[in-house]
Design a binder for this molecule. Structure first.
Ligand code: ADP
Ligand code: MG
Length: 486
């Protein structure tokens, strides 16, 4: 009899064929989704409308990773959510099988290979590197030594115009009260080695723009990490007449998505010199505020954007004097919810609600600029749905990256690590974000995409679809029951 170790058991998992080695599971329980390179056998399993990741791994590591992921969740660090460990698995012939660690499939997440599949530009790489560096710094701030920093062990989610990185593999991790400089250096050395390998691998596969040099990229990761760490924890000294620098420091940290829990301020005896050092910092200022006010659980940049809209709503409706929780409730029911309701059910799986709202705001902004009038939100939403959303690939489970492109089929769709049956030189999958980045006006600043360009690209894509180049049967099958609950 298998044994379930779980704080949040899902009884639908019980009847699954635990007595079968994971690699031999019947495909009726599996769902084919893209994923990173792994040491262990990893499969995505589906029960009802939930998708879990299952990893066959020796017992003490399974339990170690399960507990660490719990600790990371508790501390609010972006990582996959542990569901349980199945131990005491025995095959029909009496052989003992390794336990399976179950985590919740991170919805809307993209393994880096899917992001790179379309060929990646400098700007996107730079945003990915930033997301990765912020994740590493966040982990180090709470005393987590990763031990195996790599692109394969990181998942990315779109966060407004940027990316948010999540830790997916905690097997080698260790949690300490505080990390020493040596421990952090160790993680950096590992990061350099692994990332260099990851980037070379992408280069060999022709997925990296030619101008991007793997060595330069790992140097960039290291430099940015050091800059961020200095910003987070470094001592700053200045003269007593420059008090504004305290506020600037806090603002810079907030802008990076970190909170200053405590600022250690020391003044020299004659008050001519001030020395500041942020004490404890953790992340997610805006997303926590939005969660508290509206119950919406979003990424940091999305939260900033939504809060902006909420604050504008407050001013526009002359409710500055009211409690912000009350205004937030009104904004949610009168502004946010109607936008989401306009989206037809069959398109809901394409974007998370918060990301969708963010994109509608962009769309409205561009339309208002173009037509020199204040476009009402409802009108903009309809326009966005028809012009943009209908043409975007489905990201509910990032299954689109797997959609078979003519002439290119995985040897085993449930185990992408086995590669493709034959690697033809067909067109790479279309990524509207990449396309938008390519055509975006050079100095829009905020990293917003250009809807007109996006529309043109989408039209081109439609045309090529009519040529029958793109088949999306797998994506469509997964899409059918993956629409997020609203
Ligand atoms: N909960 C999850 N959500 C989404 N993808 C996942 C999840 N768990 C694992 N994966 C995918 O599976 C891959 C391998 O998982 P990982 O834990 O890194 O295995 P290994 O220990 O063998 O390296 C990851 O790169 C990731 O793409
Ligand atoms: Mg891994």
């Amino acid at each position: 009899m298998p044994r379930f170790v779980s704080a949040k058991p899902d009884s639908r998992l019980i009847p699954l064929p635990w007595g079968t080695p994971l690699a031999e599971w019947p495909t009726e329980h599996l769902v084919a989704l893209p994923r990173g390179i792994s040491r262990h056998v990893v499969r995505f399993i589906r029960v009802g409308s939930s998708v879990y990741a299952a990893k066959e791994i020796i017992e003490h590591l399974a339990l170690h990773e399960y507990r660490l992921l719990h600790d990371l969740m508790r501390m609010g660090t972006p990582s996959v959510e542990p569901i349980g460990v199945i131990t005491k698995r025995v095959a029909a012939d009496g052989t003992e099988l390794d336990p399976i660690l179950i985590t919740r499939h991170l919805q809307f997440s993209l393994p880096y290979r899917s992001l790179f599949a379309a060929g990646v530009k400098q700007d996107t790489v730079s945003r990915l590197v930033d997301a990765m560096v912020v994740l590493l710094a966040r982990l180090h701030v709470i005393g987590f030594l990763w031990g195996d920093v790599s692109l394969s062990n990181t998942l990315f989610r779109r966060d407004a115009g940027a990316f948010a990185a999540y830790l997916v593999d905690a097997e080698t991790g260790e949690l300490h009260d505080v990390l020493t400089a040596g421990q952090r250096e160790n993680d950096l050395v590992v990061a350099r080695t692994n990332l260099f390998g990851d980037f070379c691998d992408l280069q060999a596969g022709g997925m990296l723009e030619e101008s991007l040099d793997p060595l330069h990229l790992v140097d960039m990761v290291e430099t940015r990490y050091r800059e961020l760490w200095a910003e987070l924890t470094g001592v700053e000294e200045f003269s007593g007449s420059e008090l504004g620098r305290i506020e600037s420091r806090v603002r810079r940290l907030n802008a990076l998505g970190f909170d200053v829990a405590e600022l250690d301020i020391q003044t020299s005896d004659d008050a001519s010199h001030i020395r500041i050092q942020p004490k404890v910092v953790d992340a997610g200022h805006h997303s926590r505020r939005l969660l508290r006010l509206t119950g919406l659980d979003t990424e940091e940049n999305q939260a900033r954007r939504l809060l902006n809209d909420l604050d504008t709503f407050r001013v526009r409706t002359g409710q500055q004097h009211l409690d912000e929780a009350i205004v937030a409730h009104e904004w949610l029911t009168d502004v946010f919810a109607p936008v989401i309701q306009i989206v037809p059910n069959e398109l809901k799986a394409k974007r998370e609600p918060a990301q969708l709202f963010h994109e509608v705001l962009d769309y409205r902004w561009y339309q208002s600029q173009r037509e020199n009038r204040d476009v009402p939100l409802t009108e903009a939403t309809h326009g966005y749905v028809n012009d943009v959303l209908r043409k975007l690939p489905d990201e509910a489970m990032s299954a689109d990256a797997l959609a078979p492109v003519e002439g290119r089929h995985l040897v085993d769709p449930y185990d992408p690590s086995q590669g493709f049956i034959e690697a033809g030189d067909e067109e790479p999958p279309y990524d509207p974000w990449e396309a938008a980045a390519e055509d975006a006006e050079p100095d829009t600043g905020g990293g917003f995409f250009d809807v007109a360009a996006l529309r043109a690209q989408a039209a081109a894509k439609e045309a090529s679809k009519k040529d029958g180049k793109v088949k999306r049967s797998v994506a469509a099958r997964i899409r059918a029951d993956s629409a997020p609950e609203t």
